[in-house]
Design a protein around this ligand. Structure first.
Ligand code: SF4
Length: 292
C-alpha cells in the first residue's frame, strides 16, 4: 500500500492564476503559510527523511517542473526508492516533448502526473491562469498522455467554470484522460482576494459536478469530487468523494483551513470529511447536515 509524503518545493510558478490558493507572494492571505523556494540540498534532506516513513511522494509547488534542478530532484526520488512519484503540474513545461520524455526516462512506471486543467475554452483558461498558457498546457497534457498511462487531471470548481464542468469532462475524456478530479475552490490566497469573482455558492455547483461525473462515467473514466463537505453532495456524488478513499495521514486537519460544526460529531462521515473551507463561511452560510 502506498503512503504519500507531500513535498512542497516552493511557490514559484510560471502561471499567475487568479484563483491560486498558494500564490508566490508572501503578503497574500494564506492559511497554509508561505513557502520560499527550497534549495536542492533542503529538498534532498527532506526527501531522505520522508523516505523513512513513506513509499510515495507528491512533488508540488508552485510549479515543480520550472525548477532548474527538476531532473535532479526526480533522480533523487528514484535513488531513494520511492515507488510512486507524483508531480502536481500545470503541464506547460511538458509541451517540450524532449522534456516530457526525459521525465519519463528518469521515472519510468513510478511516474504519476496530476495535471491542473480548469477550462476547455482557451479564453477562459487564459483568463483563469493569468497568462496565455492554454496552448502550452494543452500540448503538455497531450504529450504526457502519449507517454504515460498515469495522467490524472484536477479541475478547480469555481464561479467562472462550474456551469461548464460537463463540457470540460467530455473534453478531457476525448483527450484520453483516465481519471478526473473536481475540487471545490479554496477561498485562500488569490481566490480570497478575488472571492467575488471566483467563489460560487457550493449548492449551485453540485448539479454540474454530478453531470460532469455522469459524462466521465459514460466514457468509463473515473471521476471524483474533493474538498466538498460530503453532506453538500447529492447521493451519487457522495460515493465519489475522494476523502472517503484517503488514508488517515492525508486527511487535512488544519483548523485554520477547514471547519466542522459540533453537529458533525454525529455524522457517519466525521472521520473522513474535511468539513467546509473556513473562509467559505465568511462569504456564504452553510448548513451542516449530519449523515446517518
Ligand atoms: S455534517 Fe459535517 S462531517 Fe458530516 S458530511 Fe457534513 S460537514 Fe462533513
Amino acid at each position: 500500500m502506498l503512503n504519500y509524503y507531500t513535498c512542497v518545493l516552493g511557490y514559484s510558478c510560471n502561471n499567475s492564476c487568479i484563483f491560486c490558493t498558494r500564490p508566490n507572494d508572501a503578503s497574500m492571505p494564506n492559511v497554509w503559510g508561505y513557502v520560499e523556494d527550497k534549495s536542492t540540498k533542503q529538498i534532498f534532506n527532506e526527501l531522505a527523511e520522508a523516505r523513512k516513513q513513506f513509499n510515495g511522494v507528491i512533488l508540488t509547488g508552485g510549479e515543480p517542473a520550472i525548477r532548474r534542478d527538476f531532473f535532479e530532484i526526480l533522480q533523487k526520488c528514484v535513488d531513494l526508492g520511492f515507488e510512486k512519484i507524483s508531480i502536481q503540474t500545470n503541464a506547460r513545461k511538458f509541451a517540450d516533448k524532449m522534456f516530457a520524455e526525459k521525465t519519463i526516462k528518469i521515472l519510468g512506471d513510478r511516474a504519476d502526473f496530476y495535471v491542473s486543467f480548469h477550462s476547455h475554452r482557451k479564453e477562459l483558461f487564459n483568463k483563469l491562469s493569468g497568462t496565455n498558457a492554454y496552448d502550452e498546457a494543452l500540448t503538455g497534457l497531450k504529450n504526457l498522455l502519449s507517454l504515460s498511462e498515469q495522467v490524472r487531471t484536477n479541475t478547480v470548481v469555481m464561479k467562472p467554470n462550474y456551469k461548464e464542468l460537463p463540457e470540460i469532462a467530455k473534453f478531457l475524456c476525448d483527450l484520453g484522460v483516465k481519471e478526473i478530479e473536481f475540487m471545490f475552490v479554496h477561498p485562500n490566497g488569490m481566490a480570497w482576494v478575488n472571492r467575488k469573482q471566483i467563489v460560487p455558492r457550493i449548492e449551485n455547483t453540485i448539479p454540474f459536478v454530478k453531470k460532469a461525473i455522469d459524462v466521465a462515467e459514460m466514457y468509463g473514466v473515473r471521476a471524483t469530487a474533493t474538498c466538498f463537505p460530503i453532506c453538500a453532495l447529492d447521493n451519487k456524488c457522495k460515493t465519489k468523494a475522494s476523502e472517503l478513499f484517503l488514508p488517515e495521514h492525508m486527511i487535512i486537519k488544519n483548523p485554520k483551513a477547514r471547519t466542522k460544526d459540533e453537529k458533525c460529531k454525529d455524522c457517519k462521515y466525521f472521520r473522513n470529511c474535511w468539513g467546509i473551507w473556513t473562509n467559505y463561511l465568511k462569504i456564504f452560510p452553510f448548513e451542516f447536515n449530519p449523515q446517518h
